[in-house]
Design a binder for this molecule. Structure first.
Ligand code: IPM
Ligand code: MN
Length: 378
């Protein structure tokens, strides 16, 4: 029997409760489809950081790299830790270390879910956002400089390249703060190509690239040139550019227009929270951090919701769905389809739902029911 090893990081807040349900459902589907998962738990998160001072060690990263087929992540973030420490020190660290350059976020309104947009249904909201996941303003190059002269050196090290900035800042009259975004040619090429390939695989005819080329032109005219160049290999797919502000309007006004949307890291972050809302809420939005030739990591788009910790009320569907995406990535597409169908069945039955969807059921009720529906698949 095929056995996969999956690293599990439950993380903070509701992390352990939602991951528990994901594992429950995946273990059920693995019985049907004759494979096995060995779950290897790692304690990283706020509690562990407060106890040991360690975010995630190189030893852990290397161990996951040599041992595991994928990573299943709950959520990170805790009020006891300053914002950004866990996010950057664990989540972004892993995205960069494993070079998970794609953040795949399906924006799909499932059957049985009310859409907050008037007169829109499951047929209207069904597209995929491909978010670049390693570059842009997420490279972490930024600082403050006092009035006067300051010299600063900033460096980005990636698998593809490294780049150093030697800044000689002369700030007159005012203190300043700055942030540098970086796009590399190879970094753009690979995410753009991934978008076109995805469109091809899904039989889609149009792909939309997001930017803000009217203002941040040095970055995004570069991006556009690379899009135009890569597009030559895909003559059957129509491509276009949307400004990020405009696309937020169109997601609300005419979501049915979109098929595949490719965005640089930060704009992709922002538009996928909007995407999550039009697909019924954050409790229903999964994501995959993908390295097509390496180790990918799957997580819900939502955060750790610390105020709901240990209450067994969070909606586990985003995490269960993320688990399904993970199964597809490791080669168990049929299992993914079974889980997504079971989620849809649960949602259309409208009997068991958590508070965010207007119900009174617990996190575990939802997991138990999805498990039951999965096992009922013949
Ligand atoms: C997300 C989150 C992260 C991001 C944060 C927690 C660093 O918002 O996965 O969308 O900005 O990528
Ligand atoms: Mn986000």
């Amino acid at each position: 029997m095929k056995t996969y090893k999956i690293a599990v990081i439950e993380g903070d807040g509701i992390g352990s409760e939602i991951i528990r349900e994901g594992i429950k459902v995946i273990d059920a589907v693995s019985q049907l489809n004759d494979f096995e998962i060995e779950w290897i738990k790692y304690p990283n998160g706020a509690e562990y950081y407060l106890k040991t001072g360690e975010l995630i060690s190189i030893h852990t990263l290397e161990e996951i790299k040599s041992n595991c087929d994928a990573i299943y992540l709950g959520a990170l973030g805790d009020p006891r830790v300053e914002p950004g420490i866990l996010e950057k020190g664990i989540l972004l660290k892993m995205r960069f270390y494993f070079d998970q350059f794609i953040n795949l976020r399906p924006i799909k309104l499932l059957e049985g879910v009310d859409c907050p947009l008037k007169n829109k249904g499951p047929k209207d909201i069904d597209f995929t956002v491909v978010r670049e996941n390693t570059e842009d303003f997420y490279v972490g190059l930024g600082n403050r400089a006092d009035i006067g002269n300051t010299k600063q050196e900033l460096e980005v090290i990636r698998n593809l390249y490294s780049v150093k900035f030697k800044l000689d800042i002369d700030a007159k009259k005012e203190k300043i703060a700055y942030q540098i975004g970086v796009l590399s040619k190879a970094g753009c090429q690979r995410v753009i190509k991934y978008g076109f390939e995805l469109a091809k695989k899904q039989g889609k005819k149009r792909i939309t690239f997001v930017d803000k080329a009217n203002v941040l032109s040095s970055m995004y005219l570069f991006w556009r040139e690379i899009v135009k160049d890569v597009s030559k290999n895909y003559p059957d797919i129509e491509y276009e550019f949307n400004f990020v502000d405009a696309i937020t309007m169109w997601f609300v006004k005419q979501p049915e227009y979109y098929q595949v949307v490719v965005a640089p890291n930060m704009f992709g972050d922002i538009i996928t929270d909007l995407g999550a809302m039009i697909q019924g809420g954050l409790g229903l939005a999964p994501g995959g951090n993908i390295n097509p030739n390496g180790i990918s990591m799957f997580e819900p788009i939502h955060g750790s919701a610390p105020k709901y910790k240990n209450m067994n009320i969070a909606n586990p569907i985003a995490t269960i769905w993320a688990g399904a995406l993970m199964l597809e990535e490791i080669g168990q597409k049929e299992s993914k389809d079974i889980i997504v169908k079971a989620i849809e069945k649960l949602l259309t039955e409208k009997k068991i739902r958590t508070k965010d969807l207007g119900g009174t059921n617990t996190t575990s009720d939802v997991g138990d029911e999805i498990k039951k529906l999965v096992l009922r698949t013949s």
